[in-house]
Design a protein around this ligand. Structure first.
Ligand SMILES: Nc1ncnc2c1ncn2[C@@H]1O[C@H](COP(=O)(O)OP(=O)(O)OP(=O)(O)O)[C@@H](O)[C@H]1O
Ligand SMILES: [Mg+2]
Length: 476
């Protein structure tokens, strides 16, 4: 059932209930007030009933025809149970049954009875100053009943019109209110994934529908952005994979040609191995980023000695640092411990050191520093190289982002290292920042909020680690 129809039905039922209750209250109020009037009229008739007492010595009752509707009938009944006087149409038979008569001699009797489908109201009471005598006043309720049934009929007709009107009105209103939604639905149904960014028209009404259209457009543009990024990622990934595959194929083709010497073959295999390693690294990086997009890179937090962790990173880079004539040092306060995923943080620092090794000029030093700022852990890798091109800084952590100068470099990577660093920081609930140092050189920081662990067990064997790693790197 459509919302319009549902609204119309609900509205019609609700108005029928409200109208029905109101009408019932009105009719019952009317009936009881009319009955109250009739009862006081009956009492007034009883008060004047003494007028109908027979003259002394007369035994005959007053008789007459049938009473006119609305006319009061009065009877006076003597202690013997006979009608001894009354209004012109009182009749000779007592209006009270013997038991009612007995009751009426003792006090008031008030009742409504139905005679041949016609209701009557009767009031009986002992006649004043005449012990054993009873005065009875009776009136037909026909006029009241016909008034009430007339009113009820009128109310029913008006109610029917009102309920149908309410239903139709609610249907019309709902239809008018929902027509922009239907228009939006048609617009969205007509959108293709390519023109989703154009979105739907936002009505100028500044109401909920306009807010819905605005929200829908925001969602569409977010989805469009995500789709564009996804496409760019696939294009970049294919592009990056193409080169090593092409090199690999070239090497294998060359190796397969007849007349190749043993040394040439060995060299071709080494180069093919290098390209295969590059491909493996690239696919690992892509897999990691794909998992981090789905939040499937959980940080397995454990208490880690940060000095030791960074010293391991220095060890990983030792051979390359030595070959490049670079120093590599750790600068971390003794005993600094934090709850982090040591493997992931180590991987991030390895990536940053790898970059620094490529850019730092020979004879300079790379510094891996760590410090606690309140409860936050900050790990920084800085070098004395050329630094990041300023216009590249805002894009440094984007996937496959490299400044043009780096794209041309043969030794350059795919541009995924910093994206991975950022994903690792996010997996720890933190962030990564890149900037250039005032004195020259690049600095990349990992900020991990709330990671610092100051519990007492953290003060074991860390002081030596920081100094050891520093002196070890300086030796090189
Ligand atoms: N320490 C640095 N000094 C100067 N430029 C840097 C430094 N670190 C990174 N960059 C620039 O940022 C770019 C992106 O770095 P990122 O680590 O994301 O990718 P990559 O090193 O090129 O490739 P990958 O890390 O995937 O092997 C680099 O290509 C380089 O131009
Ligand atoms: Mg890198």
């Amino acid at each position: 059932m459509s919302i319009r129809l549902r609204l119309a039905v609900v509205f019609a039922i609700a108005s029928a209930i409200v109208y029905g209750l109101g009408s019932w209250l009105f009719v019952s109020e009317l009936a009881s007030s009319q009955q109250g009037t009739i009862d006081s009229q009956l009492a007034a008739q009883l008060a004047k009933a003494g007028h109908y007492l027979p003259r002394p010595g007369s035994a005959a009752p007053t008789t007459g025809g049938a009473p006119v509707p609305g006319e009061y009938v009065v009877q006076l009944i003597d202690p013997g149970g006979r009608v001894r006087g009354g209004s012109a149409d009182a009749g000779a038979a007592p209006l009270l049954s013997p038991s009612e008569l007995r009751q009426a001699r003792l006090g008031r009797v008030l009742r409504t009875s139905s005679v041949e489908g016609e209701r009557e109201r009767l009031l009986a009471a002992p006649l004043k100053n005449h012990p054993g005598w009873v005065a009875v006043a009776d009136v037909s309720l026909e006029a009241l009943d016909s008034t009430l049934s007339h009113v009820i009929r009128e109310l029913l007709i008006a109610g029917g019109v009102l309920v149908v009107g309410a239903g139709v009105g609610a249907y019309g209103l709902a239809r008018a209110a929902l027509s922009p939604v239907e228009r939006m639905r048609r617009e969205v149904a007509g959108l293709s994934e390519r023109d989703a960014a154009t979105g739907v028209r936002v009505p100028h009404t500044r109401d909920e529908i306009a807010a819905l259209a605005t929200t829908m457009n925001l969602l569409l543009s977010r989805l469009q952005g995500a789709l564009a990024r996804q496409r760019a990622l696939v294009a970049d990934a294919s592009h990056e994979l193409r080169t090593p595959f092409a090199v690999l194929r070239g090497e294998l083709e060359l190796a397969g040609r007849p007349g190749r010497s043993r040394d040439e073959l060995a060299a071709a295999v080494v180069r093919a191995g290098e390209e295969a390693a590059r491909l493996t690294r690239l696919t690992d990086q892509l897999l990691f980023l794909a998992r981090s997009d789905e939040d499937r890179v959980p940080a397995r937090l454990e208490r880690a000695d940060i000095g030791q962790l960074l010293a391991r990173c220095v060890d990983h880079a030792a051979t390359r640092a030595r070959a490049a004539g670079l120093g590599c040092q750790v600068d971390a306060p003794p005993g600094l411990a934090a709850r982090v995923d040591p493997d992931r943080v180590g991987e991030a620092v390895d990536n940053l050191v790898d970059n620094a090794l490529r850019f730092a000029p020979s004879g300079t030093s790379i510094t891996i520093s760590a410090r606690a700022v309140g409860q936050d852990l900050t790990v920084e890798v800085s070098d004395s190289g050329p630094g990041f091109p300023e216009q590249f800084l805002p894009h440094a952590f984007e996937r496959f982002a490299r400044p043009d100068s780096s794209r041309a470099r043969r030794d350059g990577g795919a541009g995924l290292g910093l994206a991975i660093v950022s994903a690792i920081a996010h997996a720890h609930g933190g962030r990564a920042e890149a900037r250039n140092r005032p004195g020259g050189g690049a600095l990349v920081a990992l900020v991990l909020p709330g990671a610092v662990d100051r519990s007492p067990s953290g003060h074991t064997g860390t002081a030596t680690c920081a100094t050891t790693s520093r002196s070890r790197a300086e030796e090189r």
